[in-house]
Design a binder for this molecule. Structure first.
Ligand SMILES: C[S@@+](CC[C@H](N)C(=O)[O-])C[C@H]1O[C@@H](n2cnc3c(N)ncnc32)[C@H](O)[C@@H]1O
Length: 265
């Protein structure tokens, strides 16, 4: 359902939110020098490449987007096992010591199955850390900008046919329950509000690196998109980000994010 293949060529440069959140996730997962690690939903491989420098063990990256895996193989042709697969089809058994999963969980179509597959893929004592946007109100700035599609005559009718592809749970306990039900021990599960100041163009870049794969993806509509729809939608969203700037020229961008660490006992 996600359309990351069209995003893949410029993803690494624009994925600023994902990058800052990843740093914190690395701290939580505490990768050891001998660990075999899976980067689940690895995108173009830049974080798997960071993991490569942290361990002498196996580093693997999977992603269901062929475009992302092509980028990953192009950028990092040696030392990391990249393959096209999603969490729901992960079939590894007791192969990894750690699973790193940054800004991917919201895309899972079948989260119970995905988390259970991850549990199977870990060795006993293995651990998994996720970071992802959380709560229906995951980013008030994005939601406000996207709501303008419902007001403009160029986009209003089509936008009514948008079907959200995302999984956003409203409490840290709901995220923890998914992991406990799969057999994990949850060490921490917290939803945090992460405020950030950025110019409207940067906010648009952040939108393009993730949310656009839903809102601007023909597969997320139950009608055929008119040819001018995506262009008009981009224009309206960018316009609203400009309207959200304060007198200092910055947008006060807020993201709700889940950070969860779980162990396989
Ligand atoms: C916002 S990007 C994050 C990429 C990278 N982890 C990062 O932090 O920069 C989301 C990625 O999740 C992948 N994805 C979507 N559905 C997935 C699934 N069911 N299982 C694994 N990855 C998935 C997408 O193809 C995309 O590359």
């Amino acid at each position: 359902m996600s359309n990351f293949t069209s995003i893949s060529p410029h993803y690494r440069k624009t994925a600023l939110l994902q990058k800052s959140a990843a740093e914190r996730l690395f701290g939580m997962l505490d990768i050891g020098r001998e660990d075999d690690v899976l980067d689940l939903g690895c995108g173009p491989g830049h974080l798997a490449n960071k993991i490569r420098a942290m361990t002498k063990g196996v580093v693997a990256g999977i992603d269901p987007s062929p475009g992302m895996i092509a980028e990953a193989l192009h950028n990092y042709p040696a030392g990391i096992e990249f393959s096209v697969a999603g969490a729901e089809t992960l079939s590894a058994s007791e192969q990894y010591d750690a699973i790193f999963c940054n800004s991917v969980f919201q895309w899972f179509r079948d989260p119970a199955r995905a988390v259970s597959n991850c549990h199977n893929a870990l060795r006993p004592g293995g651990r998994m850390a996720i970071q992802a946007p959380a709560r229906q109100n995951y980013c008030p700035n994005f939601l406000r900008a996207v709501a303008t599609l419902g007001d403009d005559t160029r986009t209003r009718d089509t936008f009514g046919h948008f079907i959200s592809p995302w999984l956003f749970l409203d409490t840290a306990e709901e995220y923890a329950a998914l992991f406990k039900n799969a057999g994990f021990k949850v060490l921490s599960s917290d939803i945090e509000q992460v405020p950030q100041l950025c110019g409207p163009e940067k906010v648009m870049e952040m939108f393009e690196s993730g949310a656009a794969a839903g809102y601007l993806n023909p597969d997320c509509y139950d009608v055929t998109l008119p040819s001018a729809y995506i262009g008009a939608a981009r224009e309206l969203i960018a316009q609203d980000f400009h309207a959200q700037t304060k007198t200092n020229g910055q947008v006060e961008l807020t993201f709700n994010r889940i950070y969860l660490l779980a162990h396989k006992i």
